[in-house]
Design a protein. Structure first.
Length: 498
């Protein structure tokens, strides 16, 4: 493991909670009429565009367009994925502005249904489920993986499971012994030698004895505030002090290896805030934890190297350090260095995860892996601290400023409030809660008028009947779209506006 430390246990983690809110580049294809007033698009937080220009080699205008396109195409991809079912084989964004979404399918007959504005269909040999099954076989055999073979992942672009190794023959033997579908696996020669990072600060530093780490994302568990971080930074029961060396909290849970996550409960001297140091003289605020897809831009905050950006390379990666294999981490081309462990990974305004480890550096470039934050929240029963409060949806959507009802048949949509829209004159948080009949799949979209059309800016599209959305946005015109993806019946919509 890489790290600068003065005691055996501990490391530096990074705080990070970032927030960027932006309207999609162009609208969902709704036909309802909107107001004739144009509202200026909200700008990303200070420092983000500069970092993207520097690290992605693009202009400020391209960085702006990239963020807008990624917001829009995320919703498009979700719909297509649902329609493909078992034929879905993954998706990725490409181009300097993420203007092209490619969706792969193993069902050639479905290709024509995929093609649309900004969407490219690619017919491949294996579905995503088949690729993940091959990777799972490698995961189960990870204890037998040679030291020369530390990384494997599902690569949707090549429709294969890629195994990175410095000794191809050893890797081939490992694959054969695992029982994985050899036709789905591709061995690549690589000098990667990932290690977990220590002594990092994404936002504010904290200390475990003589070792320094950084806070990841602020969370709550019931009424107890705290933060998440990398598991290799401390063990359950370890005490922490804050950046000012004042008593701060205690590790409540930690998992490493297999996973690389932990959470720390803080005492009454500390208040969990949805902020992160942006290394540009201010704070930015996280608004959620929607997973960024392959090809999306992503930024990392760490105390050794500051703020750096890149793109998501692969989801569901397994990486082996000297201590063991870490599963289901995300692989990025964001650079990092020793001391950056535990720092925040953020895409737009959405929290993604905490820095685990990697290879390379921020002079020549590198590869860094992060532990997804949603798994940490689920395992420990935590709630992410966000600009919208991050609280679980209230039963029956009570407690909102306005409650509306309606009824939909399968496939139909309704617009609320009352087939119209509402206006806000201040920046603030919009919260929506949809309560639909059991056994149905209803989806909820918050839309903003961009001057010429309605654009989706937030959505809840799980496979269940109930959804919530939270969005921090500028003044403008907004409305909700309720869509019955499958099933019919009456629904209740609760909404609160700034």
């Amino acid at each position: 493991m890489l790290g600068r430390r003065t005691v055996t246990t501990g490391c530096a983690l990074a705080v990070s909670v970032l927030t960027f809110v932006a309207a999609p580049a162009f609208a969902d294809r709704d036909t309802a009429t909107g107001p004739g007033t144009t509202s200026a698009a909200q700008q990303p937080p200070p420092g983000m565009i500069d970092a993207m220009q520097r690290d992605l080699g693009i202009t400020a205008e391209q960085a702006q367009a990239r963020l807008l396109n990624e917001s829009r195409l995320s919703g498009v991809e979700t719909k297509i994925k649902k329609s493909l079912g078992t034929g879905y084989a993954g998706s990725w964004l490409s181009g300097p502005t993420s203007s092209t979404l490619t969706v792969a399918t193993s069902d050639a007959a479905s290709a024509s249904a995929i093609t649309g504005t900004g969407v490219v269909a690619k017919v491949v040999g294996k579905s995503l489920a088949q690729l993940e099954a091959a990777k799972e076989a490698l995961d189960k055999a990870s204890a037998q993986a040679p030291k020369s073979t530390p990384v494997w992942y599902v690569d949707v672009r090549s429709n294969s499971v890629v195994v990175l190794t410095s000794q191809p023959a050893e890797a081939q033997a490992f694959v054969a012994a695992s029982g994985a579908d050899a036709t789905a696996v591709r061995v690549e020669t690589s000098a990667e030698a990932p290690q977990p990072y220590y002594d990092v600060r994404g936002g504010d530093a904290y200390y475990i004895g003589g070792s320094r780490c950084s806070v990841g994302f602020s969370v709550t568990r019931g009424s107890t505030p705290g933060f998440v971080t990398a598991g290799h930074c401390g063990n359950a029961g370890n005490s922490t002090t804050g950046f000012n060396r004042v008593a701060q909290g205690t590790f409540q849970g930690s998992s490493f290896p297999t996973n690389d996550y932990a959470w720390v409960a803080v005492n009454s001297n500390w208040v969990a805030q949805p902020w992160v140091n942006n290394y540009a003289g201010g704070n930015v605020t996280v608004s959620g934890s929607t997973v960024a897809g392959v090809g999306s831009s992503i930024c990392r905050s760490g105390s050794t190297t500051g703020w750096h950006c890149g793109t998501v390379q692969q989801l569901n990666t397994s990486v082996t350090y000297s201590q063991g294999t870490i599963y289901e981490v995300t692989r990025t081309n964001v650079c990092a260095e020793p001391g950056d462990s535990g720092g925040s990974f953020i895409s737009g305004s959405q929290a993604q995860g905490v820095t685990s480890g990697g290879s390379g550096n921020c002079s020549s470039g590198g590869t860094t892996y992060f532990q997804p934050v949603n798994e940490i929240l689920s395992v420990y029963g935590l709630t992410l601290k966000t600009s919208g409060g991050g609280e679980p949806p209230p039963t029956g959507c009570s407690g909102y400023q306005q409650t509306l009802t309606g009824s939909l048949s399968s496939g139909a949509s309704a617009y609320q409030p009352n087939n119209s829209y509402y206006q806000t004159t201040v920046t603030g948080t919009h919260r929506g809660c949809l309560d639909a009949p059991s056994g149905t799949d209803f989806d909820l979209y918050l839309q903003r008028w961009n001057g010429s059309a309605w654009a989706n800016v937030a959505s809840g599209t799980t496979s269940g009947p109930d959804e919530t959305v939270s969005y921090s946005g500028a003044a403008g015109y907004y409305r909700y779209r309720v869509h019955a993806y499958s099933g019919s019946g009456s629904y209740t919509l609760g909404l609160s506006r700034p």
